[in-house]
Write a new protein. Structure first.
Length: 228
């Protein structure tokens, strides 16, 4: 990020910051997911930088070159917090599964990985790291496992205080067109989990100002727009 830009006062994002602060307060006692959606240049990363500048945050970024690497942005965020001592708090089957992403957890990584079991193990890992705030940036480049894990956490919320924030381009999130909320999913991302589609099916409700959309108890979307 441009550090000079980061030092400038954030203008026109008061409503979004209030919403984020409200969700952060909820996340002190429960799991909360925030999706910050907007077109390139709308200020998604800048908004989160302002929100997290006084918080201890674990950050990970998805990049196109690691699109096939399982849990790449999550590993990027958690690698400094996951150590061998953490293995003592997890079951052996869990550490063996997790060692496929975090080798430090076991010298005997699982040879056969069943995704639902891996997601349950990752959920256990996050529970042991809580309370924590995790930011995953540019999730449109994330691998399938990361996308599906977030979907899993929405369906099976973490039984621990955690705030998970991720940024997405507008075409993968929700936007308001002619007064209606519509899903815009890029063709190349049709492998994206059914999370957004399910939310569109009836769990979403738009706030009056059309800039904030809430998805039930554990998932919140913040829609950003370019200023002007």
């Amino acid at each position: 990020m441009d550090h000079d830009n980061q030092r400038r006062p954030l203008v026109g994002r008061a409503a979004e910051l209030v919403l984020l602060e409200d969700v952060a307060a909820q996340a002190r006692t429960a799991f909360r997911l925030v999706e910050v959606v907007g077109e390139p240049g709308a200020g998604k990363t800048r908004l989160l930088a302002e929100f997290t500048k006084k918080r201890l945050v674990l950050r990970g970024r998805a990049v196109e070159s690691e699109r096939e690497v399982p849990f790449a942005p999550l590993v990027d965020a958690l690698v400094d917090r996951v150590d061998a001592a953490l293995a003592d708090k997890l079951s052996e089957p869990e550490t063996q599964l997790l060692a496929t992403a975090f080798p430090v957890l076991s010298k005997k990584p699982a040879h056969e990985v069943v995704k639902p079991r891996l997601y349950r193990a990752m959920r256990s890992l996050l529970r042991e790291l809580a309370p924590v705030t995790v930011v995953l940036d540019d999730v449109h480049w994330a691998d399938e496992s990361t996308i599906e894990l977030v979907d899993y956490l929405v369906r099976h919320p973490l039984p621990a205080p955690m705030l998970l924030l991720r940024t997405l381009p507008e075409r993968l999130g929700l936007r308001r067109d002619s007064g209606r909320t519509q899903g815009r999913v890029a063709a190349e991302h049709r492998r994206e989990s059914g999370l957004l589609q399910r939310l569109l099916a009836g769990e979403a409700r738009a706030f009056a100002n059309g800039r904030r959309i809430a998805f039930g108890a554990s998932c919140i979307l913040v829609a950003t727009r370019r200023a002007g």
